[in-house]
Design a protein around this ligand. Structure first.
Ligand code: PM9
Length: 461
């Protein structure tokens, strides 16, 4: 390990939250009580919380200052104006619809842009995104490059769309039957894998020929921009902001979960170019979220988001963020722990298929591995495999994704390299007695987005 490759934290700590470590017997008890689902654990029993990077960010002093100048007027808040100008400046979209979080934006976009029976191609699915697409009668089609489904294959820009797959879909189904292309930057469930600028451009060129719109899932777009700067020819000397601006020039609009790359705890938005579509979105936002000038957010939250977005454009911030994640990945790789490669932008994904070769996918190996890791160490992670994938809405069968993973997700500006050392040690220790990880079965299976609230029990086969 070359420690010099990893930059120190580009911030000073001003506020701290004390964490406690409960003993193993207690962790065993709470895991059982939580139905072997890490989402159901009480946060105060968690030592290092890598469940998600969503809304778990540490805000800056300037963002907290912004919270104090929230304009909480029901209409016409000045913080909306600030956020709108910031989104125009960074992404180049003239129209902004604030929402309570990313899925609020997905709900509105899916309602206004999908006609029942239309196809919605995307570079791998995301849980809430696909839910809203299907809920509105859309048919999701995965058009990510095949390599993205191969956990051990380390190649750059593994999140790219396979242009041939997109072309075939258009030719087969007809352009009028494609609602829009949903292009996620980065691809969460592929391991936080980025998309190259060249690929975005190609997607844009092909869809433009057929009059098909392209909407980006912008949730982790700043991490994607860092990878482009680091790895794509011609971008090393560009700023993160210039790269982000160019990325979104190849889209018609975007949904954003602000809880990730806007470095805030809550919020999201839908942004777009098309005036007519914007009017439709405004008509719906008042039904599901709130007035178009606040949507689902308080004035103070919009202010924190506007400031956070500008902070996210700082090179030192995003370099440290991506490299801290990579540091954890390197520690695990060096110890022979199977992970998804290359390490992506927001998390290290353990490859549960290779970690638990004694379990079948229907034994929920990633779910069980996440539960065991908590019991072992107090580290909370998240299943991203068959449980997250849910069931086919037509056949009722499990979707069986090739990637069966446990996500160790790093919150922004929260943990130090030492925490990463502790996490790596815990995973490596568990890997040495992986045979103890038991098959699980459902005791409660919710119909929609089951991973959030499902309950399980271990059993002997
Ligand atoms: N992602 C995550 O932990 C939180 C919910 S699922 C546990 O990764 C993408 C790429 C996401 C995402 C949320 C959303 C939805 C859309 N796209 O959570 O509604 O990763 O703000 O965003 C989560 P909201």
């Amino acid at each position: 390990m070359d420690y010099k490759k990893y930059p120190a934290e580009p911030y000073r700590v001003k506020v701290v939250e004390t964490v406690k470590m409960v003993d193993k017997a207690e962790r065993e008890r709470v895991m059982k009580e939580s139905g072997y689902n890490t989402f159901l654990l009480p946060s105060e029993d968690v030592y290092i919380d890598l469940l998600t990077d969503s809304g778990t960010n540490a805000m800056s002093d300037k963002q907290w200052g912004g919270m104090m100048v929230g304009d909480e007027a029901y209409a016409g808040s000045r913080n909306f104006k600030h956020l709108e100008e910031t989104v125009q400046d960074i992404f180049g979209f003239p129209h902004l619809v604030p929402t309570h979080q990313g899925r609020g934006a997905e709900n509105i976009l899916s309602s206004i842009a999908i006609k029942p029976g239309q196809y919605v191609p995307g570079n791998m699915y995301f849980t809430t995104t696909r839910f809203h697409q299907e809920h509105n009668g859309g048919i999701f089609v995965d058009i990510i490059r095949d390599e993205a489904h191969d956990a051990g294959l380390s190649i750059p820009f593994k999140g790219n769309i396979d242009i041939k797959k997109l072309e075939n879909l258009i030719n087969e189904k007809g352009a009028e039957n494609i609602a829009y292309v949903c292009l996620a930057v980065t691809v969460n469930l592929a391991g936080g894998q980025p998309v190259s600028m060249a690929n975005m451009k190609e997607v844009r060129e092909l869809t433009a020929k057929h009059g098909i719109k392209v909407f980006f899932d912008a949730t982790r777009c700043v991490e994607n921009a860092y990878f482009i700067k680091e790895q794509e020819e011609g971008y090393a000397d560009k700023t993160i902001k210039e790269i982000v601006r160019e990325m979104f020039s190849y889209s018609d609009g975007a949904t954003m979960s602000g809880k990730k790359d806007c470095i805030v705890n809550i919020g999201g938005f839908l942004a777009m170019r098309d005036e007519e579509l914007f009017l439709k979105a405004k008509e719906l936002v008042v039904v599901y979220e709130g007035m178009p000038s606040y949507g689902g957010m308080a004035g103070r939250d919009m202010e924190a988001m506007a400031i956070g977005l500008q902070e996210a454009m700082q090179f030192e911030y995003i370099q440290h963020r991506v490299l801290q994640v990579r540091y954890l990945g390197e520690l695990l790789k060096e110890a022979g722990v199977p992970i998804v490669e290359p390490v992506g932008g927001h998390a290290v994904f353990l490859d549960a298929r290779r970690f638990c070769p004694h379990l079948e996918q229907d034994d929920f190996p990633a779910q069980s591995l996440a539960a065991s890791l908590f019991v072992e160490s107090g580290v909370r992670s998240m299943e991203r495999g068959i449980v997250s994938a849910g069931r086919d809405i037509k056949t009722g069968e499990h979707h069986r994704p090739k990637l069966e993973t446990v996500r160790l997700t790093i919150p922004r500006r929260v943990y130090t390299y030492k925490h990463m050392d502790v996490v790596a040690d815990a995973v490596i220790k568990l890997f040495k007695h992986k045979e103890d990880i038991k098959p699980l079965r459902f005791t409660y299976e919710p119909k929609q987005l089951r991973f959030f609230t499902a309950r399980f029990e271990p059993y002997e086969k």
